[in-house]
Write a protein that binds this ligand. Structure first.
Ligand code: TAP
Length: 454
């Protein structure tokens, strides 16, 4: 069995070593999941709900432990990691109410009646990226379990620790063996097997658009259900009539959260030309004020990047002749640090403007009017998130309807609320997660005609 050593990105020191799951072990886990699912789907809805609430309670009792693991293994600031662990609890609680509401319809038809059932799919494979190991695991895991599926989760090879612990907590909460299994391992081994194995009936993939395309092609071979949550290059659109102070003060947090390793990062700031100078004046102290440093220290707002290789990738978007307007700070010495960086003027075909950087680098580009703002916001193959800053409600709605993206905020930089649907337009993905209808994606509708003839 091969091993992977998890590295603390803030210190470059080893945290622990994890055994990587092989293809044969993945097959065995799929068989276990398949058997366990037969029992899990028979668990009465109220009992399934109770078990999910107990699972949520176990997570709640271990929030600090999970947060500390994420800080050590992924470099997330302690405050953010605590919020992320709390989100796992909250998403479990939200979907614990679902089993008892998973009701069908009665449809009158000639000669009888028709009833519909939401049947679980069977075994669901979750393939999770390294940037938000806990929340993204929970978004697929909780509704899939609530709907009566067995779940196999594959965390990213580099950030497996919290998912492994959450799998243990599920067992401690009383979930039957095999209903939730966490398989640390490589995407090319475990992830690929989940895609290729016919007993896995759905893949919930979150990650890059490039790998998502391969997953989609693999799922097509089995007509396997698939949800894809992919990359983004979202716009933060600031109109002249907005609260410019607030837009500038929050803009760093809309892109540098999680060191910019965020699919919803508003990595293109579009500012109406008439207020560009004022906006930049206000943005500079806001960027310089972002507290970058030891993620375990209280008050830290931004930690390191995930790895040296990723830092090199991010740095490639800021060559020596890049138009750096200003930068924040970052610690020297050990750790994969990169300072918050603002590039301006940037636009057109510059790769910093067109590609997902997935790091703390943002571009600022002026626009003249509403039509140009919408055109620039849409000038990307992605369509995941974005913000619109304006005091004109009509403009907010018009622009929101015009921007081709799945999740928008008006006068806010918030992105994900687990009780509302989340997902992307265009190459940012396929399907929606979260919100009240999430179980539709984890069930098949069956209709049964009952004859009333004598
Ligand atoms: P990827 O390299 O695409 O990896 C994502 C997951 O897929 C990892 O668990 C990876 O495993 C696995 N994987 C890789 N190759 C695979 C294969 N051939 N078959 C099956 N699984 C495979 O993405 P990443 O670098 O971890 O994450 C960053 C990307 O995710 C960014 O583009 C970001 O925008 C996107 N993202 C999107 C969202 C949403 S909700 N739209 C949220 C977060 C992140 P290994 O890591 O073990 O190889």
């Amino acid at each position: 069995m091969t091993q992977y050593t998890v590295i603390n990105p803030a210190t470059e020191q080893p945290v622990t070593t994890v055994s990587l799951t092989s293809a044969d072990e993945t097959d065995a886990a799929i068989e276990r999941a398949s058997r366990a699912q037969e029992g899990w789907r028979q668990v009465a809805p109220g009992d399934r709900a109770r078990l999910l609430r107990r699972f949520a309670a176990e997570v709640d009792a271990h929030v600090q432990e999970l947060a500390a693991l994420e800080t050590a293994g992924s470099g997330h600031p302690a405050g953010a990691a605590t919020w992320e662990a709390g989100q796992v609890r909250d998403v479990l609680l939200y979907y614990s109410a679902a089993p008892e509401r998973l009701i069908g319809k009665q449809i009158p038809v000639a000669g009888g009646l028709d009833v519909t059932f939401h049947e679980p799919l069977g075994v669901v494979g979750l393939i999770v990226p390294w940037n938000f190991p806990m929340p993204i695991l929970s978004w697929g895991m909780a509704p899939a379990l609530a709907a009566g599926n067995a779940v196999i989760a594959k965390p990213a090879e580099v950030t497996p620790l919290t998912a492994i612990r959450i799998g243990e907590l599920a067992l401690e909460a009383g979930l039957p063996e095999g209903v939730l299994q966490v398989l640390p391992g490589k995407g090319s081994v475990v992830g690929q097997r989940l895609v290729d194995h016919p007993e896995v009936r759905k893949i919930v993939f979150t990650g890059s658009t490039e790998v998502g395309q391969q997953i989609m092609a693999g799922c097509a071979r089995h007509v396997k259900r698939v949800t894809l949550e992919l990359g983004g290059k979202s716009a933060n659109v600031v109109f002249a009539d907005a609260d410019i102070e607030k837009a500038a003060a929050t803009a760093p947090y809309a892109v540098f959260d999680n060191a910019g390793q965020d699919c919803c990062a508003r990595s293109r700031i579009l500012v109406q030309a008439s207020v560009l100078d004022r906006f930049m004046e206000l943005l500079e102290p806001a960027v310089k004020g972002v507290r970058v440093g030891d993620p375990a220290a209280e008050g830290t707002e931004m930690g390191p990047l995930i790895s040296a290789a990723h830092r090199d990738h991010v740095a490639s978007y800021v060559p020596d002749d890049a138009p750096v307007a200003f930068r924040g700070s970052a610690p020297d010495g050990a750790g994969f640090w990169y300072p918050p960086t603002v590039l301006s003027p940037v636009g057109g075909t510059d790769r910093a403007y067109t590609e997902e950087i997935f790091g703390p680098v943002v571009t600022v580009t002026p626009f003249t009017d509403e039509a140009e703002a919408i055109a620039l916001a849409n000038d990307t193959p992605y369509g995941l998130s974005g913000s619109i800053w304006t005091s004109n409600v009509g403009r907010a709605i018009r622009v929101a309807r015009g921007v081709e993206t799945g999740n928008l905020s008006v006068n806010s930089h918030s992105s994900v609320r687990y009780w509302t649907p989340f997902g992307g337009f265009k190459q940012s993905g396929l399907g929606r997660e979260l919100g009240p209808d999430a179980l539709d994606a984890f069930t098949e509708i069956k209709n049964v005609f009952i004859s009333t003839d004598d």
